[in-house]
Design a protein around this ligand. Sequence first.
Ligand code: DAH
Length: 359
Amino acid sequence: MIEKTANLSNLFKEKAAAAASSAELEQLRIEFLGKKGYVAELMNDLRNIPNEQKKEAGQLINEVKKFIESEIQNRNREILKAEELRLVEQAESYDESMPVDINSGSYHPITLVQREVEEIFKTMGFAVEDYYEITDDYNCFEALNIPKHHPARDMQDTYYLSTGQLLKTHTSAAQNTILRKYAKNLEQGNPIRAIFPGRCFRNEKIDACHENTFFQMEGIMVDKDISISNLIYFMKTMLSEVFQQDITVRLRPGFFPFVEPGFELDIQCTICKGKGCPSCKDSGWLELCPCGMIHPNVLTAAGIDPEKYIGFAFGLGMTRLAMMTYGVKDIRVFNSGSLKALSQFTEKSFTVPEESKEA
Ligand code: DAH
């Protein structure tokens, strides 16, 4: 028995040296120190040996057990170190001069649609502006004439941070900042024209039609004699460019605290041309974009005199527009991170710029 115990240390040493991973080492631990392992077996054997040998054998088994435990730790350290070295070597062996197939990547479908819409608005004199994803109650609600008790302020709909700030629930949250930024245009006799695309967040249950993270594009135009016909003209021109065909639009009344009057802008179904089909649920129209004439309180909050100036605003659902453009039925695909799924939606009008092709 004493010999058997002494041999166990050597056997473990041999097997541990051959273990190539922490998982293999764990298997060995179970094999040697587990409930039915070799050491437990030796402990059982203790019962069958003469009493005068028991003490020595018991001590020996304990020593072997301690030896195995410390060997496991040592070997594990060696294995982790070797793995780390392997990763460093792998990173260092990266060859920067390797030719790259630059056409293998693809832009996200929302980026593609967003860029296209941006280009169209730029040709109409609109500036493209960026805005934060984290903002505050003032910009997201207060400055937009949204009263304190409005359901949009509810914890159910808005993600509040522990700092008291919040994740913007709509791109309208940038209106006050952008209006202030360009207010000097008005004094100089020029209009304010800006679009501001961005990611928005709402505390929604996610399913095929709802997301808690989605994209919008807000647009504003302010000048001296702006009317609802300017709004209709801009929306019709822009949407006809996006869908590459003459688009018919209609306005229905809609309520949003930051516009007066407010509208829901529908486009005539591009598939059935208004006759009614499954795509437009037989109505002939598709709801696309809420909009309206900017409320005087919103202009005042931005330091603009509503007696002198007037404007329109719209909030285009970019995620929805991308769904329509590419015929996507399940909104979840956009945030899925699945390159396989997302790379299907590239062909629309995207081409690799010439200068990148040469790189
Ligand atoms: N911010 C609104 C929302 O996300 C959409 C909206 C409605 C934007 C009317 C506008 C507007 O600019 O005029 O629900």
